[in-house]
Design a protein around this ligand. Structure first.
Ligand code: NAG
Ligand code: NAG
Ligand code: NAG
Ligand code: NAG
Length: 251
């Protein structure tokens, strides 16, 4: 038993060390570690600390035709509104220094279950509902030729035929990359607000694993404490840190 526990302890230690080693995802366009970028054409929300080089963002200038080998306008050019959401998602994956927190353990170039807000997904669905796509899962459902370019394997249909709703869109288009949360606070919207939410989500995740008390609290009180924490983080004259952790624990 003692031997077993020690082995578990070592595994946890190794996992922790490996986790902190990764500063960015390990895709073909990712840097080893985030750094400032001065001439980003898009994704500028990440310019202070970016996992992508500025030159990557050149292909995200409208109208976007192709990002790396994936053509976006196989059926027809995307509407401006729809394209804007696709860009936010691409920018997060390629450039956000926080994405690595959700690195897929089986595939270090990919993400697993990044928590998205229901409102973000619904707005994305709404913006794209009349645009056309021929793949439901953009990772697995295209045909890829020998040059690595994607082609339709099914018919072009409107997004609102391909996906039932915002949740379905978020949880299908990029495979297991995203999951929709039941909270509209403890989740990302791929904009400037994320920085604040991340302070809360990442702090909370590490603290809740060592205390069981938070797991018994109701969803609505978690939502309230999240909103309180965000207000605290947003306030420029932030209270001393001790004060803040009292708010975070009050559930
Ligand atoms: C980058 O950092 C500067 C200085 O801290 C800040 O004023 C600016 O708003 C930041 N830019 C972004 C896009 O977050
Ligand atoms: C983009 O810039 C980086 C660093 O400046 C460079 O290493 C890389 O080769 C460039 N990529 C392309 C496609 O030009
Ligand atoms: C990772 O791979 C293992 C072993 O093949 C599998 O059991 C597990 O479901 C995979 N996890 C994900 C998130 O794909
Ligand atoms: C979204 O669609 C899925 C089916 O794909 C369904 O199970 C779910 O209840 C729908 N959600 C909402 C909020 O309508």
């Amino acid at each position: 038993m003692k031997v077993y526990l020690t082995a578990v302890g070592i595994l946890v230690l190794v996992a922790t060390v490996q986790c902190t080693e990764h500063k960015c995802l390990q895709g073909r366009d990712h840097k080893k570690a985030p750094s400032e970028e001065h001439s980003m054409k898009e994704c500028t929300v990440y310019s202070n600390s970016s996992c992508c080089y500025s030159n990557f963002t050149e292909q995200l200038v409208s109208p976007v035709k192709k990002v790396d080998n994936t053509q976006w306008d196989l059926c027809q050019k995307l509407s401006t509104g729809c394209e804007a959401f696709m860009k936010k998602v691409e920018c997060f994956y390629q450039c956000s220094p926080s994405a690595v927190n959700w690195m897929n353990p089986n595939y270090t170039a990919g993400l697993l279950h990044v928590p998205l807000c229901v409102s973000f997904c619904n707005n994305w669905f709404d913006a794209c509902k009349n645009d056309l796509t021929c793949a439901k899962n953009w990772i697995t459902d295209f045909k890829w030729d020998e040059n690595g370019n994607n082609h339709c394997s099914g018919d072009c249909v409107p997004f609102n035929k391909m996906y039932s709703n915002g949740t379905d869109l978020c949880q299908s288009m990029w495979g297991q990359t995203f999951m929709v949360t039941d909270s509209d606070c403890r989740c990302l919207r791929m904009d400037g607000r994320d920085e604040m939410v991340l302070q809360y989500i990442l702090y909370k995740d590490s603290s809740s694993s060592s205390s069981s008390s938070s797991s018994s609290s109701s969803a609505s009180s978690q939502e309230t404490s999240c909103q309180q924490a965000l207000r605290r983080l947003e306030a420029p004259e932030a209270e001393p840190e001790g004060e803040e952790s009292v708010v975070l624990k009050k559930e």
